[in-house]
Design a protein around this ligand. Structure first.
Ligand code: TXA
Ligand code: MG
Length: 335
């Protein structure tokens, strides 16, 4: 596309958001199903379209770190948390980090799933940034917000390409094409409302990264900790999530090669499988290709998708977390 064509697309995206429409918005993590966060009717349509329970809060995307306090109740932020916000946003924004903070009173709770906390992220994708800036011009507001969960039906695999969003929602949603998402898995979510940082969802930014920047080692909400499904703090913390339709099984748990296989080791033997995808043998490259691979393998309508077990190294924790949930979710679907 020419620069002029891209500019037109950015304008169109911002106009649609300003008119209360939903769009598919590229970010560096995954594509979002986006609406103007200050338009409760538009935000409600996100829940409807995704079949998402209205109690599952959305992430609000902002253009700059400085916009945080348009959304957050500063009176409920301690000095120590204030320092952590500054450290984390300086180090990781724009980027794949979401912060959960006390919600400002004037913000309608539709976007926060009725909670009095709000999840905020400043996305690094240049098109997401451009759309936020353009919306800010259209609304003549310095601190606009775009609510955007991943652009997939609830519980399903997140989209990392414009085509994935079209597969999910067809003509119901116009998509801004921002190419392949760099990171490939959803942002790390850090809850800063509990006195100490708690990682609610693992991602590209690790507990060690948070430790390095804040001096505090965050607690990590473990994926095997079943949370009450009626009152989830984070839908990414539901055990069954990110699921393809085909049952997923770990290679270490199958006896014979059958179905299709997702592997990463150069020497993994794919003989006997109807199809295979070999992702890069490093956690970052693997994460980038993971959701596309799951969608492709799902498309074979095979009896099962076998997944080569992942290295035990902590660098693989975020993708391991996604796959563990996908294994549970894809097998629940069958029963
Ligand atoms: O990378 C991402 O975060 C992508 C892109 C589009 O930015 N978005 C995304 O949104 O993954 P979603 O809705 O699929 O996941 C948002 C997560 C959910 O697990 C939700 O429960 C959690 O954020 N969340 C939102 N607000 C929260 C809050 N106030 N307290 C705890 N968790 C919250
Ligand atoms: Mg999601």
């Amino acid at each position: 596309m020419t620069d002029v064509a891209v500019d037109k697309q950015i304008e169109l995206a911002a106009e649609k958001l300003n008119n209360g429409e939903l769009i598919g918005l590229p970010t560096e993590t995954v594509y979002g199903l986006a609406a103007d966060a200050r338009n409760p009717a538009a935000v409600r349509r996100i829940y409807e379209l995704k079949n998402r329970p209205i109690t599952h809060p959305l992430i609000t995307h902002v253009a700059h770190g400085a916009d945080i306090f348009a959304w957050v109740d500063e009176t409920r932020v301690s000095d120590a948390t204030h320092v952590m916000i500054e450290q984390l946003t300086a180090a990781f924004w724009p980027g794949p980090l979401t912060l959960v903070l006390p919600k400002a009173e004037q913000i309608d709770a539709t976007v926060t799933g009725g909670q009095d906390t709000i999840a905020l992220r400043c996305p690094a994708h240049p098109l997401a940034q451009a759309v936020l800036r353009e919306l800010s011009v259209l609304q003549n507001h310095p601190a606009v917000g775009v609510a955007a969960p991943s652009a997939n039906h609830f519980g399903r695999v997140s989209p990392t390409r414009a085509a994935h969003v079209r597969d999910e929602f067809g003509d119901a949603v116009w998509v801004l094409d921002g190419d392949v998402s760099d990171v490939g898995i959803e942002s790390t979510i850090v809850d800063l409302t509990r006195g100490m940082p708690v990682i609610l969802r693992l991602g590209h930014i690790t507990a060690d990264d948070v430790h390095r920047v804040t001096g505090v080692m965050p607690q990590v909400h473990q994926s095997h900790q079943k949370v009450d499904p009626n009152a989830p703090r984070a839908s990414g913390t539901l055990l069954a999530h990110y699921a393809p339709r085909t049952p997923l099984v770990w290679a270490s748990e199958v006896v014979e090669a059958a179905g299709v296989v997702l592997c990463h080791s150069p020497d993994f033997d794919v003989a006997g499988f109807a199809a295979h995808i070999r992702l890069p043998d490093d956690a970052v490259g693997y994460a980038q290709g993971l959701y596309h691979a799951l969608r492709e393998l799902d498309g074979h309508a095979a009896p099962r998708i076998v997944v080569e077990d992942l290295p035990e190294h902590p660098a693989w924790d975020a993708v391991r977390d996604r796959l563990k949930r996908a294994v549970v979710g894809s097998n629940e679907e069958q029963s």
